[in-house]
Design a protein around this ligand. Sequence first.
Ligand code: ADP
Length: 394
Amino acid sequence: MDVLVLNCGSSSAKFAVIDPATSKEEVSGIAQRLGSPDASLDWKRNGEKASRPIPGAGHEAALRAVGELLNQLGLTEELVGIGHRVVHGGSKFSGSMAITPEVIAKVEECIPLGPLHNPPNLVGIRIAQELFPELPQVGVFDTAFHQTMPPVAYTYPVPHEWLETHGVRRYGFHGTSHRFVAKQALQLTGLSPENHRLVTAHLGNGCSCAAVRDGKSVDTTMGLTPLEGVMMGTRSGSIDPAIIGHISGALNKPADQILDALNKKAGLLGVSGLSNDMRTIEDAAAGGHERARLAFDLFCYILAKAIAALVVPLGRLDALVFTGGIGENSVAVRERTVAHLGFLGLTIDPQANATHGRSQHGRVTEEMRPQALVVPTNEELMIALDTAEIARRS
Ligand code: ADP
């Protein structure tokens, strides 16, 4: 019993076939550089990598190529459903949903909120429906987990009509990852599912933190869009909004170009002038590169401040969870961030941190409460589990 998980972005489509009962990934891959002459379909099966060119393929041709590949690998027979990652569900979805014409209409209504992500997500849904008309399709929304935030967490202090007329509020993202690692953390720590207070820090190219109280997100750092919050690979995170008008005037460039720079040329890349990749930043900082050192320091400082702020809605902290490429792998980021948070009672265990907590249920701090732990995220598995559950009920 397998689920096909699809994540269609603007120029790529990631896919995986997963058995949700065993978590086994039968195949995973990506169709990338879509629309260009060097578009390719790359996949991994049983640890072996393979690739085939699909020159000029757009989303439609690429997904057909994925369908053919799954046929060749004999993986279509076992499929019980298709799970789609959908980035922006606005206030319309508080959980994963079987795709119906009404659901598609609501995802379309959310396009103004997620103009870059929702259109390719919808293309993926349409083509998958054509390719596999007999299979149930399920939408899993990045925003859904944060729909439990109370008004005091999601309201911006701006004219209220902006909220009522234009949906200007905080939605939050990475919800599938925050939900997955929060659940895993309960198993690893033995905390009660009914009584726990966690901060989850998803640190990949995009970074966000969430406050999770008794299984529910009560606050998060990302907002209307994924630009808000902590410093990221290429995104600034929160800054004084007046900077946009100021620098737009100074450079004589329209606001949308400044916003584009805040999304693509800021963060680790902007401060270091070197790279958006934390590994490069760490190596350069160790080699004495001043701006790489500043980028690293700033990243951990801003992150620690955000984590501390999220303890306000929680009232106490039981565990801090690190996940995502940086959270799972960067010994230095965890060490520095936890050092800033000593006043919360967190003390790094250098040996455990050096091995990513692998031999002690993820724990990287000394054995006391609160603790910090590493929990590898698996958004595809979470999508597969939701899809199998909804397919079983339908
Ligand atoms: P995405 O958000 O695109 O899924 P990932 O979760 O894979 O990204 O995270 C990518 C980030 O993880 C990059 O900044 C990368 O440098 C960082 N990263 C991966 N491995 C390490 C490592 N060993 N040390 C420090 N950073 C790492």
